[in-house]
Write a protein that binds this ligand. Sequence first.
Ligand code: GN1
Ligand code: MG
Length: 354
Amino acid sequence: MHSIFDQFEHKFNFQSYSELTSGHINNTFLIITDSCEHYVLQCINHHVFKNVPGLISNKVTVSNHLLKKLNDLSPKEIGKKVLCFTKAKNSENFYYTDGISYWNLMPYIEAGKIHEVVTHNEIAYEGGKLMGEFLNLTSDLDHSKLIEVIPKFHDMSFRFQQYKLAIQSARVDRLKKAEPYINWVSKLRDEMLILQHLKETGKIPIRVTHNDTKISNMLFDEKNRGICVLDTDTVMPGIIHYDFGDAIRTICNTATEDETDLSKVEFNLEFYKSYTKGFLEKMGGVLTPIEIQYLPLAAKTMIFIIVLRFLTDYLNNDVYFKTKYPEHNLDRTKNQFKLIHSLEQQFNEMIIDL
Ligand code: GN1
Ligand code: MG
């Protein structure tokens, strides 16, 4: 870790490192230096992200755009609000080693804390403002400047195709355990394709979107004010519903997505309302009425798409998401299924007045 760190133009000396384990795809490490400024060193999973230089270029393009838009802030404030990338000694924004691994380095944002589960309305509201501001600031960035880092990442038809193939080749024992969820997926199919259809027919515009807006990708200060949107690995062209829905998926879950005690998993309507209020305060002026109208369905759709992805990975014998035990992906499926069930009971109260 020390020698990889030293391939970058950092200012301070390596002292120690620890792994940050919350992500499901990349390997991420906190590098402690001999000063008060530390770093996050990340090894990008190039099996999942086939074009890592393109991914890094997306992240840098977005950060540079934010820096331009926020140029009246002091360097200290900017350093807390925008992810910055430390150049490698070869002047690239990443370091490629051994012909297999891509690394990138970011200064660690000291003042921040992360929530895995929302405990107060205020956090949901602040999360909404934070994400709304990020999307507002990037709404004038031409999305064609970004590559599609994972093609069809949130394309529901594509996810259904992958799921169908997984069912065809699944082991009998796994198929049997997945059966109740497979039946339920079929019932929701048509409704879950509505947003995809609106996108394909041009009724919903393409924008720059983050595509991984879970609560643990939002950084808060000690007073729980949102300060920075993290993990821009998946920024690419998309629709606003991906980001709204995926944020609601974790903001409104009263437990983490790994919780196996399903009695703890509920959809918190108050947190939904607070997130939506904060989000629309920052982003409402940019959105079209049809985009706003479909936000509640986005919440359901984005929980559903992760159900489909966890279930597909379970049927494929866990080849995509990191898992800690054999039934992990099935447990995640059950958790998110319970969340949709709880959301459905409150759906009428989620409608937004236009
Ligand atoms: C993955 O690795 P991480 O935690 O940033 C996944 C997201 C899922 C998330 C579920 C590239 O994100 O799409 O929503 O797990 N990222 C990728 O926690 O597939
Ligand atoms: Mg991510």
